[in-house]
Design a protein around this ligand. Structure first.
Ligand code: NAP
Length: 344
C-alpha cells in the first residue's frame, strides 16, 4: 500500500525530522511540503534552515514549498502531517479537516478536546475511536489525531508500564533541549552557559495530557486518570533529547527490580516505526544521557536509569529524543495507526 503524504510546516525543527523519517518509509510517500508566506515558492533546499545530521535528500531539496491552504495542495494527497505553530494550526487545521483531509498533528491546540484522540500507539491505540464522535460533533469529513507534547511523551511509556501498581501521583522535573523550542525559540545569548527554569505552558501540558493518555475510553470520550501530576520544566543547553527526573507514588509497594522488569517488558506495537523494545533500562546510574542515548532505537526508544525505591514508591530518570520520539516520530506512529485502523 502506498499513501501520499504532505507536511504542513515542513521547514521547521519538527518538519525536518518528518522529512528525515519519511525517507525509505515503506508506506508513506512525500508529495507536498508547505510553510509560511516567507517560504512559499522557494525550493525546500533554500527555504529550510536544515539542522539534521544527514543531508537533505536531493529529491526533497528540489520540491517547491506551497501555501498552507487546502487549495494549494496537489489533489492526490491522502494524509497530512502537521508541525505548524499551535496558533497557526488552530486556525488552518479545521480548513483541511472540512475539506476531508486526515491529519496527524503535533501542534498543541485541541489536544485536550474531548473528541480529539491524543494517542501514543503503544499505550492507548483504542482512543483513536474518538474520531467517530469527532465526526458527529464537528461535521468533518476528515479526521484529526494529536500526539502529546514532547516532555509528556518522554515519561508516558514508563508510567504506562507501572500503571498496574496503581499510581497515586507523579512529580516530574525536566531538563529540556533547545530544539524543543523550535528553530528560533531560544537564542544562543539566552541559553549558552545557562539554564532557564520555566517553559511557558509546558508544565500544564504534562499535568493534563498524561491523565488523558492513561484515561479510560468510554465510547464517547475519555475519563481522565485520577493520578495527581505535578511538573517543573527547565530548558538546558543540549541540542536534542529531553531528560526527566520522575517521582512516582504508588498504592502498591514496588521494588526496583519489579519496576525495571515492568519497564523492560512493556510491549510495543508491530507498527513499522515502533522500536522492538520500547523502554531500555540501564543499571548504570549515570545513564541515560542526552548525547549518548537519544538516538537509541533510531530515536524512538525511551531510556531509563537510576531506579530507586522511595518511602512512597519509586524514582528514576528517563530520556527521549524530543523531535523524533517526542514529535515527528510520534506523529508518524499515529499515522501508521490510522492506516492500520482503516481511517486512511
Ligand atoms: P518551528 O521550527 O518554528 O517551525 C514552524 C513551521 O511552521 C515552519 O515550517 C514555518 O514555516 C511554519 N509556519 C510558521 N508560521 C506559519 C504560518 N503563518 N503559515 C504557515 N506555516 C507557518 O517549530 P517546531 O519546533 O518545528 O514546532 C512545530 C509544532 O510542533 C509546534 O506546534 C510545536 O509546539 C510542536 N512540537 C514541537 C516539538 C519540538 O521538540 N520542537 C515537540 C513536540 C511538539 P517558515 O519556515 O516558512 O517560517
Amino acid at each position: 500500500m502506498s499513501v501520499r503524504v504532505g507536511i504542513l510546516g515542513a521547514t521547521g525543527a519538527v518538519g525536518q525530522r518528518f522529512i528525515q523519517l519519511l525517507q525509505n518509509h515503506p508506506t508513506f510517500n512525500l508529495v507536498a511540503v508547505t510553510a509560511s508566506e516567507s517560504s512559499v515558492g522557494k525550493r525546500y533546499h533554500d527555504a529550510a534552515k536544515w539542522r539534521i545530521e544527514t543531508p537533505i535528500p536531493e529529491e526533497i531539496g528540489s520540491m517547491v514549498v506551497t501555501e498552507t491552504t487546502p487549495e494549494a495542495l496537489p489533489s492526490n494527497v491522502d494524509l497530512l502531517f502537521s508541525s505548524l505553530p499551535s496558533s497557526v494550526a488552530a486556525e488552518v487545521e479545521p480548513d483541511f479537516l472540512e475539506a476531508g483531509y486526515v491529519i496527524s498533528s503535533n501542534s498543541s491546540n485541541d489536544r485536550m478536546a474531548s473528541d480529539i484522540p491524543l494517542t501514543i500507539p503503544e499505550i492507548n491505540p483504542g482512543h483513536l475511536k474518538l474520531i467517530e464522535q469527532q465526526r458527529i460533533n464537528r461535521g468533518w469529513d476528515g479526521a484529526l489525531v494529536k500526539n502529546p507534547n514532547c516532555s509528556t511523551i518522554t515519561m508516558m511509556p514508563t508510567l504506562a508500564a507501572l500503571q498496574e501498581l496503581e499510581i497515586d501521583s507523579v512529580h516530574v522535573s525536566t531538563l529540556q533541549a533547545v530544539s524543543g523550542a523550535g528553530y528560533s525559540g531560544v537564542t544562543s545569548m539566552e541559553i549558552i552557559d545557562n539554564a532557564i527554569p520555566h517553559i511557558g505552558g509546558e508544565e500544564n501540558k504534562m499535568e493534563s495530557e498524561s491523565r488523558k493518555i492513561l484515561g479510560s475510553f468510554t465510547g464517547a470520550n475519555v475519563e481522565l486518570h485520577s493520578m495527581d501530576v505535578i511538573a517543573s520544566c527547565n530548558r538546558i543547553p543540549t541540542l536534542d533529547g529531553h531528560l526527566e527526573n520522575v517521582f512516582v507514588e504508588t498504592s502498591q509497594s514496588v521494588s526496583t527490580d519489579e519496576a525495571a522488569d515492568a519497564m523492560q517488558s512493556y510491549s510495543g506495537t508491530s507498527l513499522y516505526s515502533s522500536p522492538e523494545q520500547l523502554i531500555n533500562v540501564f543499571d548504570d546510574p549515570i545513564r541515560p544521557q542526552p548525547r549518548l542515548d537519544r538516538a537509541r532505537g533510531d530515536g524512538m526508544q525511551i531510556s531509563v536509569g537510576g531506579i530507586q525505591q522511595t518511602a512512597t514508591g519509586i524514582k528514576y530518570n528517563c530520556l527521549a529524543h524530543n523531535t523524533i520520539r517526542g514529535a515527528a516520530g510520534a506523529s508518524l506512529l499515529n499515522a501508521e495507526l490510522l492506516v492500520d485502523a482503516g481511517w486512511v
